[in-house]
Design a protein around this ligand. Structure first.
Ligand code: IPM
Ligand code: MG
Length: 358
């Protein structure tokens, strides 16, 4: 039976980078059925909502979703529920995509792209496991209200709610332990348990889950310290597991260690391994439509799609090797260009990956 892939290109560079990833997926001899739908600002323009029901239905029915990027400054003035970002938050929630895997790998060919000294980052291979459907991102109540009795009584006050249920912490911790078990067997749980009740609870549950995984060494770190250690000695980390808000911040930081956010894929999985796959970078409207964006993060996201949703690990390896091959050939899009390399366009980079796959 054909695997259904929903392609949601989104805004900015989204369409041009997803196009290259679809070309790669189509070249592998699999029985795949692609269907495309608008999302984000593109969907606001076409259908009046960033995540229209037709797009959500398509995503729900798919085995996997290939997502480009959403967002454009021209929608900044819209009400929050109509902003492009609501599309990705809505998809995560509606599909229960609670486990976000964000690898940060420094390809040896790109060692000079990092702002850190090569010896600090060379060989870097970190996996951030970010919880994606809970925490202060989705906690209720939230809003703006009259401040209750106290020093600010009578003023307006903005507020959000942080909470994690036991089952939410358990399942993401299990994802972290399992991932570490397949790597270097080290899991660092990041929290702020010196201040936050939610974090103390998180830590207690993670410690309990650890008993199921005796082969993985568990450590704990406060998020502020983790932010510091990530730039001081990033290679000390193997797998990091953390909540939604801390994971949002730390994964951008980890991405920059590699110097090239244009290279980093991500996977967001639910309990049945249905997944949404997207590059870690954004929609970059300033370079959209110019055929200069780096499609490799999206192509590497397609590799994660093969591995996690289609159970095609060997094909995923092939795609990743093809990406390494084009880097070895010296092909570079603008974002990772260095003197002496060959500057190529988005579509030319796609061509080269297809060539390397043969
Ligand atoms: C990310 C993004 C999103 C998030 C935004 C676009 C809502 O920053 O995927 O990291 O905060 O989760
Ligand atoms: Mg983010």
């Amino acid at each position: 039976m054909a695997h259904k892939i929903a392609v949601l290109p989104g805004d900015g560079i989204g369409p041009e980078i997803t196009e290259q990833a679809v070309r790669v997926l189509s070249a592998l001899g699999l029985d795949l059925e692609f269907e495309t739908a608008p999302v984000g600002g593109a969907a606001v323009d076409a259908l009046g909502h960033p995540l229209p029901p037709s797009t959500l239905d398509l995503a729900k029915a798919a085995d996997a979703i290939l997502f480009g990027a959403v967002g454009h400054w021209k929608y900044d003035g819209l009400a929050r529920e109509l902003r492009p970002e609501q599309a990705i938050l809505g998809l995560r929630k509606a599909l229960g995509l609670f486990a976000n895997l964000r690898p940060a790998i420094l390809y040896p060919e790109l060692a000079n792209a990092s702002s850190l000294r090569p010896e600090v980052v060379s060989g870097l291979d970190i996996l951030i496991v970010r919880e994606l459907t809970g925490d202060i991102y989705f906690g209720q109540p939230r809003g703006v209200r009259k401040a209750p009795p106290g020093p600010f009584e009578g003023e307006l006050q903005g507020f959000d709610t942080m909470h994690y249920a036991e089952s939410e912490v358990r399942r993401i911790a299990q994802v972290g332990f399992r991932a570490a078990g397949k790597r270097r067997h080290r899991l660092c749980s990041v929290d702020k348990s010196n201040v936050l009740e939610t974090s103390q609870f998180w830590r207690d549950i993670v410690i309990d889950v650890a008993r199921e995984f005796p082969d993985v060494e568990l450590t704990h770190m406060y998020v502020d310290n983790a932010a510091m250690q990530l730039v001081r000695a990033p290679k000390e980390f193997d797998v990091i597991v953390t909540g939604n808000l801390f994971g949002d911040i730390l994964s951008d930081e980890a991405a920059m260690l590699t110097g090239s956010i244009g290279m980093l894929p991500s996977a967001s999985l639910n309990a049945s391994n249905q997944g949404l796959y997207e590059p870690s970078h954004g929609s970059a409207p300033d370079i959209a439509g110019k055929n200069v964006a780096n499609p490799l993060a999206t192509i590497l996201s397609a590799a994660m799609l093969l591995r996690y949703s289609l159970d095609a690990g060997a094909l995923a390896d092939r795609v990743e090797q093809a990406v390494r091959a084009v880097l070895r050939q010296g092909l570079r899009t603008d974002d990772i260009f260095e003197p002496g390399m060959t500057r190529v366009s988005t579509s030319r980079m796609g061509d080269a990956v297809l060539e390397a796959l043969k």
